[in-house]
Design a protein around this ligand. Structure first.
Ligand code: ADP
Ligand code: MG
Length: 571
């Protein structure tokens, strides 16, 4: 057989481990949440695999998670009899960090010098399995992939290398053995060899896990000097209620329970911003428990970014990242949909065609959008957080989800000349429109400052007309393709002839204008000739107040920013 080898952690993994060991979270209890969460995922995966692959030689007769304490040797073992890992998986999943954005995260962490800032960053990143090293100075992992003949034994002190080798009699699934750090004399709060402590932590963080979590009950201590051998061997006892949160009545679930469930499904370490529940009865029954996170994941705009909704059928986990349940622009929504009438064998291909799934998706989208609208109307602070984290993703929907365009536009907000700090919603903009103002005016550009300094703004400033400053590249793309908001058209102030004068003003200025055209005729024709190869036309403008000249595009020209984007895309 293969001998035991010593291997190095990938460098990002090593850096992350150093952080876990040396700085780290104030709340160590979370390590157990992470290990239980992984064990639960492993049981879900095995269950699913046995539906898919009838020949898989796996034992699914008593799927569960076990916590075992050895007081004498100060170890705590978290064991599951789930899918397990192959040697390659252990090296790939435990020895490296595949999470996209890790390098970026580590760089930010290095830059943020203050301790509070880095605590905050770490809390946002989440360290999964590595959180074991908050409480253990050595971790042994023994695992055997369901159906495999031989197991794998992995061990590390978290300091840069690990050993990996075969494990002879490994049972199916994974055991994580934590060699706990020496007891902190002054802090009995963190005694993970105490069954009472474990019970408390599991109840707080993992009660909803749908698999039994068993703990060997406190051994009956023999009375004073009776022989040790008389102590009864501990009988395991299930310590979680196993109740799926989404199946419990709404008002019976506490915000803390929702929060912990969110952390389990999202692998996020922060609390969610908002919880959404949906329940459909009748011929086609399903329940949904969804969340808006409070922070955007690092990979929100990366190609491999996944969708966050899991599909269950009658309480059985079917798949992660269910693309048919939410559109891409809502990929940040996390949670669970549990459908009662689908087959457990359902595959991605079948889902795509499934009418029920399409109906659920429609309903979820409406519900998410209406939740965002409620935030906007009732909780300005939460809405502002939501918008700054996810607004850019949501705006993609303006280009892809035509049925919900109005609803999406209604919850969008944009920087505007009305207020230097606060973005405005379109409704607020429309309410502020001046008498005689016909359009929603906007200017696109790379940054707020470049827009603020644009000569195009001058006439609008003078008139007191508000202008939206659209700085996201995506704005260029939807704003052209959209009719307007609630009957009011969008109009770029950098394109075509913008006529700001009222009919009244037009009449009085008509003769004046004719006079000016005459006065400047020579200059205009000279400039036209000189700039022939650069511009189509030179004309007098009423849109400037202090700048002498500006460049405008034709009404149907692509804007400079869009032109840059096309060029960057190689078109
Ligand atoms: P995450 O759970 O966010 O993916 P973790 O660091 O917690 O990150 O775990 C990394 C990976 O290691 C998991 O995605 C899973 O593939 C694997 N893993 C961890 N624990 C177990 C386990 N008990 N059984 C099977 N695989 C596991
Ligand atoms: Mg995990």
């Amino acid at each position: 057989t293969t001998p035991v080898e010593t291997l190095e952690f990938q460098s990002e993994a090593r850096q992350l481990l150093q952080l876990v060991i040396h700085s780290i979270y104030s709340n160590k209890d979370t390590f157990l949440r992470e290990l239980v969460s992984n064990a639960s995922d492993a049981l879900d995966k095995l269950k699913l695999e046995t539906y898919r692959d009838k020949d898989l030689e796996a034992d699914t007769s008593d799927l569960h998670i076990a916590l075992e304490v050895d007081k004498e040797n100060r170890t705590l073992t978290v064991r599951d009899n789930g899918i397990g890992m192959t040697r390659d998986e252990v090296v790939g999943l435990i020895g490296t960090i595949a999470k996209s954005g890790t390098a970026e995260f580590l760089r930010k962490l290095k830059e943020s010098q203050d301790a509070a800032g880095s605590q905050d960053l770490i809390g946002q990143f989440g360290v999964g399995f590595y959180s074991s090293f908050m409480v253990a100075d050595k971790v042994t992992l023994v695992t055997r992939h369901a159906g495999a003949a031989e197991g794998v034994r992995w061990e590390s002190g978290g300091e840069g290398t690990y050993t990996i080798g075969p494990a002879e009699d490994a049972p199916q699934g994974t055991s994580v053995i934590l060699h706990l750090k020496p007891a902190d004399a002054e802090d009995r709060l963190y005694d993970y060899t105490s069954p009472a402590k474990l019970r408390e932590v599991v109840t707080r963080y993992s009660d909803f896990i749908t698999w039994p979590i068993r703990l060997a009950a406190d051994p009956v201590e023999p009375a004073d000097d009776a022989a040790e051998a008389d102590a009864e061997p501990a009988k395991p006892e299930t310590i979680n209620s196993m109740k799926a949160l989404w199946a419990r009545p709404k008002d019976e679930v506490t915000p803390e329970e929702y929060s912990e469930f969110y952390k389990h499904v999202s692998h996020d370490w922060s609390d969610p911003l908002e919880t959404i529940r949906l329940h459909a009865e009748g011929t086609f029954e399903y329940q949904a428990l969804l969340f808006l996170p409070s922070r955007a994941p690092l990979d929100l705009f990366m190609r491999e970014s996944k969708r966050g909704v899991q599909l269950y059928v009658k309480r059985v986990f079917i798949m992660d990242d269910c693309e048919d349940l939410v559109p891409e622009y809502l990929r940040f929504v996390k949670g669970v949909v549990d459908a009662q009438d689908l087959s457990l064998n359902v595959s991605r291909e079948i889902l795509q065609q499934d009418r029920q799934i399409q109906l659920i998706r429609k309903r979820l989208v409406k519900k998410v959008l209406s939740t965002i609208k409620d935030l906007k109307n009732k909780d300005a602070e939460k809405y502002a957080t939501f918008w700054s984290e996810f607004g850019r993703a949501l705006k993609e929907g303006l280009l892809s989800d035509f049925d919900n365009r109005e609803a999406i536009l209604d919850v969008c907000s944009f920087p505007s000349t009305h207020d230097a700090e606060q973005p405005t919603t379109l409704r607020q903009y429309v309410e502020r429109m001046k008498d005689g103002q016909e359009h929603i005016y906007y200017l696109t550009g790379e940054s707020r400052t470049s827009i603020e300094n644009s000569p195009h703004l001058e006439a609008f400033r003078a008139k007191g007309y508000e202008v939206l400053a659209l700085t996201d590249p995506i704005d260029e793309m939807w704003v052209d393709s959209i009719d307007g908001f609630d009957g009011t058209r969008f109009q770029s102030i950098a394109k075509g002839q913008v006529d700001l004068d009222s009919d009244e003003e037009k009449k009085t200025s008509e003769s004046e204008r004719a006079q000016r055209e005459k006065d400047f005729a020579t200059l205009l024709s000279r400039m036209s000739t000189t700039l022939e190869s650069e511009v189509k036309e030179v004309r007098l403008s009423s849109r400037l107040t202090t700048s002498p000249a500006c460049i405008v595009g034709d009404a149907d020209d692509v804007t400079p920013t869009l032109e840059k984007m096309y060029r960057a895309m190689g078109q």
